[in-house]
Design a binder for this molecule. Structure first.
Ligand code: NAD
Length: 248
């Protein structure tokens, strides 16, 4: 039983943060989950929770193809991998630009492309992509490359949704506000000097959400479960803002 009983899910970047929480939440709802991450050790910890796992660098096209073969047909793809560059149009380097688009956008294309034929064959599938409120929804300071790539994710999502809307495939994306995850702690540390202290840097992130707190990864996972499940059968092509009031 469970809201995802009988469904097979594939998750990228499931080693920590939102990807990990989503893998656990989908498994708790009865799905068979294949969890992957660049970091074999981190994703390996999900083995103790009964989740199939293997390392996958989504930047490696051949490895992505191989992973799709290894995983077999799936019903749900959660494209979670992404990196938050902190830069402006003036400070962004060519290397950052290439890496940001390769990880946040191109890899999403390649992973979805690897699994789509199987979904089309079976005429069902839900693809859930990770965008951000910082995208075409909203600008944020020092997020030039990040906001640009996450806006592209919304376009990619709508394009896939449109193409396959009559063939049983849905595609949606999450647009979160600030979520308490390991990489947020890195960004807080990186901003500590400019903000005056770690506490001040953290407070600035908290203050963005009118609710006065950060989101939990579990709150994001709950939306992933909804978009993955048949409860959202009439929802496609949407970029769903889940931001504690950041965009209000
Ligand atoms: P995180 O940044 O703490 O962890 C990211 C995970 O991705 C790590 O386990 C890492 O090993 C893995 N990873 C990195 N490069 C990879 C690669 N090439 N191939 C496969 N895996 C790779 O996790 P998070 O903060 O939950 O972020 C996950 C996603 O959510 C990202 O796309 C991020 O942009 C998005 N997001 C996060 C927030 C937030 O506030 N944390 C807000 C909006 C959107």
């Amino acid at each position: 039983s469970g809201r995802l009983a009988g469904k097979r899910c594939f998750v990228t970047a499931a080693g920590q943060g939102i990807g990990r929480a989503a893998a656990l939440a989908m498994a708790a709802e009865g799905a068979t989950v294949v969890a992957t991450d660049l970091d074999a050790h981190k994703v390996g910890e999900l083995g103790a929770r009964g989740i199939t796992h293997f390392p996958l660098n989504v930047l490696d096209d051949a490895a992505v193809e191989e992973a799709a073969k290894q995983a077999g047909p799936i019903d749900i793809l959660f494209n979670c991998a992404g990196y938050v560059h902190q830069n402006t149009i003036l400070s962004c380097t060519d290397e950052e630009w290439s890496f940001g688009f390769a990880l946040n956008v191109r890899a999403m294309w390649k992973v979805a492309r690897a699994f789509l034929p199987g979904m089309l064959e079976r005429k069902r599938g839900s693809i859930v992509n990770m965008s951000s409120a910082c995208s075409s929804v909203k600008g944020a300071p020092n997020r030039f490359l990040y906001g640009t790539t996450k806006a592209a994710v919304i376009g990619l999502t709508k394009s896939i949704a449109t193409e396959y809307v009559s063939q049983g495939i849905r595609c949606n994306c999450l647009c979160p506000g600030t979520v308490d995850t390991p990489s947020l702690h890195d960004r807080i540390s990186a901003n500590a000097a400019a903000a005056g202290s770690v506490e001040a840097a953290r407070a600035a992130f908290v203050a963005r959400q009118l609710m006065g707190r950060l989101a939990t990864a579990e709150e994001m996972a709950a939306l992933v479960v909804y978009l993955a499940s048949d409860e959202s059968a009439f929802v496609t092509g949407q970029s769903i803002v889940i931001d504690g009031g950041w965009t209000l």
